[in-house]
Design a protein around this ligand. Structure first.
Ligand SMILES: [Ca+2]
Ligand SMILES: [Ca+2]
Length: 252
């Protein structure tokens, strides 16, 4: 179990870095029964889900245009990054910026491709791992070297961070976790603690997770919006992605 020790005020950008690594401990005891969990990591690693929109304010806010999961153990020099979904049709690369502001694009898999659709083996017109019954491809893991004080948000003396670079007709846009300076604007990236399941293609996040907008309007309310998803609508349409392929995605 890991804990965050301070409340964060996203409007003033003051407070915690939300890295959920301030206290961590394991519990041992005489538990009965066996609850298998393939994803269980016995170290104090923590997983974050980064979900991106690629179109700016004209987007559909399905937050699946790029989905990354980052697994990191506090104090170590390696972060494990998993490319989970590519639900947009623009060319996108994932960029890591270290504490010295030097940058690198993550090269995925054996092919070492930087563009995410390329990395999955498809053209950028393909939407991958976002459409129920549609194209389902195994996720891709990569490791990156990070400073021992790595924080997913990249703030203060510790600015290392992950962003995406989207190539559009009018140039390249970099998108990351909002730093609190762009008040009033809709976020283009959200970071959720743990393994989060993203909305299916063109499902607005507010439909899949009805508490999202209420949390956005009053950030001390609906704090559990991310865990209260609506999997299907009244017509049976699937609103939240679930990997139904027979080949299970590998984890780090
Ligand atoms: Ca989108
Ligand atoms: Ca999408």
């Amino acid at each position: 179990m890991t804990f965050e020790d301070e409340f964060r005020d996203d409007l003033t950008n003051k407070g915690t870095n939300a890295d959920y690594q301030d206290i961590g401990f394991n519990i041992t005891g005489h538990a009965s029964g066996n609850i298998p969990d393939a994803d269980m990591n016995t170290e104090n690693a923590f997983t974050y889900t980064l979900a991106y929109e690629d179109m700016g304010t004209v987007g559909d806010f399905d937050f699946n245009d790029v989905v990354l999961k980052v697994n990191y153990t506090s104090g170590t020099g390696t972060a494990y990054v998993t490319l989970c979904a590519a639900g947009g049709t623009l060319s996108v690369k994932v960029k890591y910026t270290d504490n010295n502001s030097s940058t690198q694009y993550i090269k995925w898999g054996e092919s070492q491709k930087e563009e995410i659709h390329d990395a999955f083996g498809y053209s950028s017109s393909s939407m991958i791992n976002t459409t129920a019954g549609g194209l389902t491809v195994e996720s891709i893991n990569q490791t990156i070297n990070v400073p021992a004080d790595f924080s997913i948000k990249g703030i203060g003396d510790n600015p290392a961070k992950l962003t995406i670079e989207v190539t559009k007709d009018d140039g390249v846009t970099e998108i990351g976790i909002p730093d609190g300076t762009d008040k009033g604007g809709a976020p283009q990236c959200i970071c959720i603690s743990g393994n989060w399941e993203w909305p299916t293609e063109r499902t607005h996040i507010d439909v899949a997770y009805p508490g999202f907008g209420k949390w956005g309007a009053g950030y001390t309310t609906y704090l559990n919006w991310w865990s209260e998803g609506v999997k299907t609508d009244k017509d049976g349409n699937i609103l939240i992605w679930e990997n139904t392929s027979t080949s299970s995605a590998s984890s780090n």
